[in-house]
Design a protein around this ligand. Structure first.
Ligand code: AMP
Length: 368
């Protein structure tokens, strides 16, 4: 079992990362700057993270022998995606510390378990109900009302595995279209804006949050993030304290993201938690060029047992624009934009909806 407090890496040590996407790639690049090596484990031979590390394991997550060899090569193990199969996490955890703790995956892989956990902490979420059949969906609609959002409990991302149900919709048809037996129904939140908090927690319980980020989605995919969010400081403080409370309750080590809705209500705006991502997050990419320590470096520091950074934002406003699908073809245009920093993930073909890169733009403080 992981004992986070035992981990104290030295420059030259090796971090094992499960998952070979852009998040793993950017984690490995941040680790390299701190003199740490990374070994990536991914079943996909075209993993963009393979390009930036010397050692990689290309094998299925069910391949116990490959997992054991991988564990033998590294000093600590982390992951860049939340759907790590629990059996794989268990095999690894018996051999090396896995951080964040694999138990966290059980909570964050399941929308119902996650919402129950957040609710137990006394933190607000949209009203929700467990749905296992068309009959229970009808009951949930009576309780929660419409419009509402039906989501699969597991494996949903970027709006996949979700359907909005409106007055007059054919309920049976919506249920069949989701092709699952375990879902949750959530009240549709008429949010004023969406925000997220990227928080880091060390093994000794220290928590550092980045500035609250405001997020705009397009076709359910994050399009633009802006930091700081244009919200009153008291609300930003509340959002950060919610993220800290969640990190503490999970005994979390590493970086996590908490996505929230800001709701305009009669007595002033309030926040509801939408989702927890137990990993570095797209809405924290602005920190790569917009803060003294990035979310990737914070995660590496936390799992290495090193002191967390105290991130200072570089500009008055920092924006991050995702380059999705064909938008990556504009990279030359972005390269010429003053103040812009271009990140290209080295993926193959730009399919629609595929995150291919991003651009950060730092606006200097007024008068500079
Ligand atoms: P999720 O996969 O839960 O992060 O949802 C993806 C996006 O769908 C969110 O960022 C929101 O824009 C929208 N969404 C999800 N749940 C709700 C909800 N209960 N009410 C309104 N919009 C939602």
């Amino acid at each position: 079992m992981s004992d986070a407090k035992q981990v104290k890496l030295k420059p030259g040590d090796t971090i094992g990362i499960l998952g070979g996407g852009q998040l793993g790639r950017m984690l490995a690049m941040a680790a390299a700057r701190l003199g740490l090596r990374c070994q990536i484990f991914s079943p996909d031979p075209d993993s963009p993270a393979f390009d930036v590390v010397l050692n990689a394991t290309c094998a299925e997550y069910a391949d116990v022998e490959a997992l054991e060899l991988f564990a033998g090569d590294v000093d600590v193990i982390t992951y860049e995606f939340e759907n790590v199969p629990s059996a794989a996490a268990m095999v690894l955890d018996a051999r090396r510390p896995v951080l964040p703790n694999r138990k966290i995956l059980e909570t964050t892989q399941d929308r119902l378990a996650e919402k129950d956990f957040v609710t137990r902490l006394g933190i607000g979420t949209a009203a929700y109900a467990d749905v296992t059949s068309v009959a229970s969906l009808r009951e949930a609609i009576v309780r929660i009302g419409l419009p509402a959002v039906l989501k699969t409990r597991r494996f949903g991302y970027d709006g996949k595995g979700q359907a909005i149900i409106r007055e007059g919709d054919d309920i049976a048809k919506v249920w069949t279209s989701l092709a699952t037996k375990s879902a949750i129904l959530e009240a549709f939140v008429p949010f004023e804006r969406e925000i997220s908090v990227i928080a880091a927690r060390s093994a000794t319980g220290e928590v550092e949050c980045f500035d609250v980020t405001e997020n705009e989605h397009r076709d359910h995919i994050l399009n633009i993030s802006r930091a700081p969010a244009a919200i009153p400081e008291a609300l930003a403080e509340e959002a950060r304290s919610i993220a800290g409370k969640i990190a503490n309750a999970l005994d979390y080590v590493g970086v996590l993201a908490v996505e929230m809705f800001v709701l305009a209500n009669g007595t002033g705006p309030k926040v509801l938690v939408n989702e927890i991502a137990p990993r570095v997050h797209n809405s924290g990419h602005w920190t790569l060029d917009g803060a003294s320590v990035s979310q990737f470096e914070q995660h590496i520091r936390a799992i290495a047992g090193w002191p967390l950074g105290k991130p200072v934002r570089h500009g008055e406003i920092v924006t991050m624009t995702n380059l999705i699908g064909d938008e990556i073809n504009d990279y030359e245009k972005w390269l010429s934009v003053p103040g812009a920093t271009v990140h290209i993930y080295g993926k193959g073909a730009p399919r629609p909806g595929r995150k291919m890169g991003h651009v950060t733009e730092v606006r200097p403080p007024k008068g500079k």
